[in-house]
Design a protein around this ligand. Structure first.
Ligand SMILES: [Zn+2]
Ligand SMILES: [Zn+2]
Length: 291
């Protein structure tokens, strides 16, 4: 099972491998730089080389870079729009330098310009990003959202449009976040709802585009459109829901990354580091392959 969580790069990029070892995980997600800042200095070749060496010596099989949250690929403000495109291009270049095969991003929000306008704007941004990084061996994953406010990408129809299914778009893939999907109204917590959601995904996008699952429980109810992650099993999706998701024959071979709250204090039931506990909850739910 490819399982891991979002890790902090405080203290240096290659430090994540020691953390991964400690947590016993073979998959991980990182920000490639300070996620609250646009500033992205050049990645020194020595640092990239150290990262690759530490990775090769580790048991980590899968790494994805998450772009910063400031990005809005649908912004009507020209400066923010250009900056966002540039930032995604840079993230893809950094990923290539580090040997990381995937970058995951949120699309952004139309902030009042309307969904159709926002989707067209984001489509143009994605095309430019792909053009400017043509030939790089890195895929760009678009993450589904909870659909808060004017945020784009909560419905498969919207994602299908952005994934450029009509034009090939081999370098674009999908990341499905369980908390976001549930908050957006996809009832993946129930057995029937999960089947219906996967059938819709298959029909509208195609399962071959699905590259990554973010495992997060949801603090809020189905269709709440609120993006509030909860510890595994302590939210509205629940342990049974996660058992079905991680063992589903159509999903079980994908990488699973947790983005659950880091602090145990946010849970009434946890009194130590949250990551080992949430990882352990998932591991206990994993069933051997059915055949
Ligand atoms: Zn996510
Ligand atoms: Zn989220």
């Amino acid at each position: 099972m490819l399982l891991g969580c979002h890790l902090s790069i405080a203290g240096g990029l290659e430090r994540v491998f020691a953390q991964a070892e400690e947590l016993g995980i073979n998959a991980l997600q990182i920000f490639s730089h300070n996620a609250r800042s646009w500033k992205m200095g050049e990645l020194p070749p020595e640092e990239a080389a150290r990262f690759r060496l530490s990775w090769a010596a580790s048991r980590v099989e899968y790494i994805v870079i998450h772009t910063i949250y400031l990005i809005n690929l649908a912004s009507p403000r020209e400066e923010l729009y250009r900056r966002s495109i540039g930032a995604v291009v840079k993230e893809l270049e950094r990923a290539a330098a580090l040997g990381v095969p995937q970058v995951n991003t949120h699309i952004g929000a139309h902030v009042g310009m309307g969904q159709e306008w926002g989707l067209a704007r984001a489509r143009a941004a994605l095309r430019e990003v792909l053009r400017r990084t043509d030939g790089l061996p890195v895929k760009l994953l678009l993450e589904n959202t909870a659909g808060e406010g004017t945020v784009l990408g909560s419905r498969f129809e919207e994602l299908a449009l952005l994934l450029e299914l009509d034009r090939g778009g081999e370098r674009l893939g999908l990341c499905f976040d369980t908390c976001h999907g549930f908050a957006a109204g996809y009832d993946i917590a129930s057995a029937r709802g999960l089947e219906e959601t996967l059938a819709q995904l298959e029909l509208e996008i195609g399962l071959e585009r699905l590259a990554l699952i973010h495992l997060n429980d949801s603090q809020y109810k189905l269709g709440s459109h609120k993006d509030r992650h909860q510890h595994i099993g302590e939210g509205e999706i629940g342990l049974e829901g996660f058992a079905r998701i991680i063992n589903h024959p159509k999903l079980r071979d994908l990488p699973f990354i947790l983005e659950t709250p880091k602090l145990a204090q946010e849970s009434a039931k946890l009194d130590s580091d949250a990551d080992p506990i949430n990882l352990d909850r998932i591991r206990r739910l994993r069933e051997p392959r059915a055949w």
